[in-house]
Design a protein around this ligand. Structure first.
Ligand SMILES: *Cc1c(COP(=O)(O)O)cnc(C)c1O
Length: 424
């Protein structure tokens, strides 16, 4: 930029903020401490003001006033909110997405449905960089089906090795389940290529979109994806414990059966019949009574993201992590940091991870200075950029603070040393 020459100044970051077409969205969130630098929206997104209002109104009016009568318009919320996500953020069609239960539970439901649909096959494939809950659930699903869980080795910084995946996927494999954006490094998997590897072997694919939805474009239909799950409390800003999305490709819906036979998946629910007969369509993947208030929060969060547009969200996410990477190269590499994310922004999601032996103490030191980031095992600082609420000035301040803390810490130190506190 001609008017501000040095990229490593706060003035430059402020200029990027002035030119940011999404900057105005930050005012539509509760920012109760303007001094707080929050780079953890990929763990828990900020609270949209419209959500606080919607929840207050629905609590008093629909619950307090309408009472049980409100179920007439609550009952189809899992599907309605699913449709909003499907068209706006996931590249899926109407009736292919529902919002219910947690990511872990949806993973169990869809993974079980998938292995049951491939009788005679003996293996489930995932990778060792997948999120813990995914690995645990898949281990349970494989064991219950009498199958083997094949765990592909993945570089924790660079992401999935497609060759290693292809070598593990043969005609014995019922299901391949991976994260689209790796929770630690942010590495972005090639959805179309992975689907192709699995489909060639006759396996189904189940994607975890927790760090993708609302941050990177997802084209479930275009990539021929079978199944997916994902959180709504990260980039979707729907609040702690908000229910998760699940996606089932339309052509598969009536061929799959999920294992938790609840009454919300039952055909003619209020007939209270004796036998379980799954509904047609995406609703057969529901279980029990949906969390109505939390679903409203998902709807409000999704509306903001859809209004901003996934292409603009992605462009800003790339610009924010690129700014962080540039400052890290200049300031932090000389202090012993190494990039623990793919260097190419198109090969990563919306967070950036740095490795340093003293990362744990530094994350604590940042926290004491009002900069919230994540520590991730082993020895990594993870910084999330939420395009609606993170500013370039936030990124600048976080990196400047990390430089101070790292310089003051000297050797890798335990988290509560006086030297950390005393650093300027
Ligand atoms: C956050 C996250 C989860 C969380 O699952 P819950 O059931 O909501 O606890 C699962 N998978 C991935 C990849 C995540 O990042």
């Amino acid at each position: 930029m001609a008017d501000v020459d040095a990229y490593d100044t706060e003035a430059y970051a402020a200029e990027l903020d002035r030119r940011d077409p999404l900057a105005g969205f930050r005012d539509r969130f509760l920012v109760s401490d303007p001094g707080l630098v929050y780079l953890d929206g990929n763990s828990l997104g900020r609270l949209p003001l419209s959500t606080a209002e919607r929840l207050a109104a629905a609590t008093a009016g629909e619950w307090g006033g309408g009472l049980v009568r409100s179920w007439d318009h609550w009952v189809d919320l899992p599907r309605r909110v699913g449709d909003l996500l499907a068209g706006g953020l996931l590249g899926a069609g109407e009736g292919e997405v529902a919002v219910s239960d947690s990511t872990s539970v949806n993973l169990f439901k869809l993974a079980t449905a998938a292995v049951d649909a491939r009788p005679g096959r003996r293996a489930v494939v995932t990778d060792d960089d997948n999120f813990p809950t995914d690995r645990y659930v898949l281990e349970s699903v494989a064991r219950r089906a009498g199958m083997e869980l094949r765990v592909v080795r993945t570089d924790p910084d660079e992401g999935l090795d497609q060759g290693a995946l292809a070598a593990a996927v043969d005609g014995d494999v019922a299901l391949v389940s991976l994260s689209h954006v790796a929770y630690r490094s942010g590495a972005l998997a090639d959805m179309g290529a992975v689907n192709e590897i699995a489909h060639r072997a006759g396996a189904l694919v189940l994607w975890d979109l927790c760090h993708s939805v609302g941050a990177v474009p997802v084209d479930l239909e275009g990539t021929g994806s079978d199944l997916a799950v994902g959180c709504t409390y990260k980039y979707l800003d729907a609040g702690p414990g908000a229910p998760a999305l699940l996606y089932v490709r339309r052509a598969l819906q009536d061929r799959l059966r999920q294992p938790i036979w609840g009454w919300f998946g039952q055909e003619d629910q209020f007939a209270m019949g004796l036998a379980y007969r799954p509904r047609a369509g995406i609703e057969r993947f529901l279980t029990g009574t949906p969390p109505v208030l939390a679903l409203y929060a998902v709807e409000e969060g999704a509306r903001l993201l859809v209004e901003a547009g996934i292409d603009r969200l992605r462009a800003k996410g790339v610009a924010l992590t690129e700014h962080a990477a540039r400052l890290a190269a200049a300031w932090l590499a000389p202090l012993g940091f190494r990039l623990a994310s793919p260097a190419d922004p198109l090969r990563r999601g919306s967070h950036l991870t740095l490795h340093h032996p003293g990362a744990a103490g530094m994350v604590a030191g940042l926290g004491r200075r009002g900069v919230v980031v994540d520590y991730r095992q082993p020895e990594r600082v993870r910084m999330g950029a939420s395009a609606l609420t993170t500013s370039f000035t936030d990124v600048y301040r976080a990196m400047a603070c990390l430089r101070e803390v790292a310089a003051g810490a000297g050797d890798p130190a335990p988290s509560d040393t006086p030297s950390l506190e005393a650093a300027p």
